[in-house]
Ligand binder design. Structure first.
Ligand SMILES: *[C@@H]1O[C@H](CO)[C@@H](O)[C@H](O)[C@H]1NC(C)=O
Length: 508
């Protein structure tokens, strides 16, 4: 009983609002290369800031989505950044491990972006803004904007060891898995060695080999006098990280690294009538199925689609499926919609399980709304997120290639009928919701803090000013080793000299 009351109260308790801002600020969001899910995250922050009277200007690759009078969005319209036309299933094999699209995409993008008149206008007016907000991931092309400006970086994909290092906080690779490396805790000796190698390899390839150098080359043509991107990024004032210790790994953080994970999660709102009725009339509960916003239904290969449909015919539950295409011969217990209000569905008590691709935002929503999962990860960070959900006991993860009808049916029945999954995710939900203030309020407070203190230089870690040789004290180690070696060498020589002198004496 206490559990239920607490669940009901927490969202209300935690939405206690911030004191009003001192004045209205002008804030520039630069999101020229952002997926729809990251956009949701940035919009949560932008909307809350706009509600407080600040003026938001937003450069994006997506169609305008906000009707807020204080938010002005403009779309650059460069095709290379259009995720909707990408069929991820075509290069699933090669993409499973890849974390960054090929460099030529960024090259073309950097070339085009600064030729757009509206982008140039905003660039020339950038000093009128009080702060700039950008996404840490794959948005290196916007760094010219932040020259001599205070700026905040949002880590939409969660804790990024590479960005943390830029801020002067190198996360310990003994327990922090690199972005690509899926490992349990604790790692064995070999695993830790591989992890360190992978961490260095990824950072080196991204920053010094493939992505950043090609972007830098294009930037140099437009802005020959600016410091390099890798210098500009070091001047970051604050990072807002899409993680939380109750969801992810606990990490030692700087005061300038603020966890705002699950910022976009909110209590459920009433559902559209037809969907609400469908859910309420489900005698045995409902299964919700969505592969997120990037993987469009039309691209899902028919064999996988048929496995899921066949599995659903064997379930007692009703199924709500977010799918962008008509499907023929659907069983009676399946309802398809092009778009569905995911959080409002997950909030419904009749929903028993969420079949998800294991996107970071979906995984946060399922925990927030306390729903166990069947995860079918596709690529990018999804295998890692899915493995984490399974490890935490929130459900079962299946590889797409291993998908079969009996496996799906058995997994769904296990998740629905064994209470341990719902219990585990329910406990995680409680600790995620039990926070002093909402993650959005925290993000807003820190954003205004950076503005009030003109970049808040006091937050800056001295570690950020050191080269990696200095940071790891490699120079000190070299001096110590050379010192010890010299001492040995000199002693050995002296000893040899003394011996020879002794021998000479004896023979005389
Ligand atoms: C670094 O940031 C501060 C404000 O946060 C700004 O005043 C300064 O000009 C920036 N330096 C460079 C080189 O961009």
């Amino acid at each position: 009983m206490r559990f239920v009351v607490l669940m009901a109260l927490l969202p209300i308790l935690s939405s206690a609002s911030l004191p009003p801002p001192e004045e209205s600020y002008k804030i520039l969001f630069l999101l020229p290369y952002t997926t729809r899910s990251h956009r949701i995250l940035h919009m949560t922050l932008a909307t809350k800031l706009a509600d407080r009277g600040h003026q938001i200007t937003m450069l994006t690759n997506q169609a305008p989505s906000s009707k807020h009078p204080n938010i002005y969005e403009f779309t650059h319209g460069i095709r290379e950044t259009d995720f909707d036309s990408v069929n991820c299933f075509e290069f699933l094999e090669e993409m499973e491990e890849a974390l960054v699209p090929p460099a030529f995409i960024f090259e073309a993008f950097a070339k085009k972006l600064y030729q757009i008149q509206e982008v140039k206008d905003i660039y020339n007016k950038r000093k009128e803004f009080d702060v700039i907000v950008l996404d840490s991931y794959m948005n290196d092309v916007v760094y010219p904007f932040v020259h001599e400006m205070p700026f905040i970086v949002v880590c939409g994909i969660g804790m990024e060891p590479m960005h943390s290092a830029v801020m002067g906080n190198v996360l310990n690779p003994a327990y922090t898995p690199s972005m690509q490396y899926l490992r349990n805790h604790p790692m064995s000796l070999i695993q830790r060695a591989v992890n360190i190698f992978r961490s260095i390899q990824f950072g080196f390839i991204y920053k010094h080999w493939e992505t950043v150098p090609v972007v830098q080359k294009e930037i140099n043509k437009h802005f020959p006098d600016l410091p390099p991107i890798l210098e500009l990024e070091k001047n970051v004032s604050l990072s807002l990280i899409n993680s939380h210790y109750s969801l992810d790994m606990t990490q030692p953080l700087l005061p300038s690294q603020i966890e705002v994970g699950a910022m976009h999660c909110r209590p459920g709102k009433p559902l559209p009538k037809d969907v609400a009725l469908w859910i309420e009339e489900a005698e045995h509960g409902v299964i919700y199925f969505s592969l997120g916003s990037v993987h469009r239904g039309e691209f899902v290969p028919a064999n996988y689609r048929n496995i899921m449909i066949e599995a659903f015919t064997q379930m007692k539950q009703r199924v709500i499926w977010k799918f962008e295409k008509e499907v023929e011969g659907l069983p009676d217990n399946v309802l398809i919609r092009k778009w569905l209000p995911q959080q409002d569905i997950l909030a419904h008590p009749k929903v028993k399980v969420f079949i998800t691709h294991g996107g970071l935002l979906s995984s946060q929503e399922t925990i927030y709304h306390s729903k166990p999962v069947l995860a079918i990860p596709l690529f990018f960070d999804q295998p890692k997120v899915a493995a984490k959900l399974q490890r935490a006991g929130f459900g079962i993860a299946i590889k797409l290639k291993e998908l079969t009808v009996p496996l799906v049916v058995d997994s769904l029945n296990e998740i629905i009928n064994n209470p341990k999954y719902a219990k585990a995710v329910g406990q995680a939900s409680l600790s995620l919701r039990d926070q002093k203030e909402t993650p959005t309020d925290r993000a807003v407070w820190w954003t205004e803090y950076v503005i009030r203190h003109r970049g808040a230089p006091a937050l800056r870690s001295p570690g950020a000013d050191l080269s990696w040789v200095e940071y790891l004290c490699l120079d000190v180690l070299v001096v110590v080793h050379v010192g010890i070696f010299t001492l040995f060498w000199v002693s050995k020589k002296l000893l040899a000299l003394a011996c020879r002198a002794n021998k000479k004496k004896k023979t005389e």
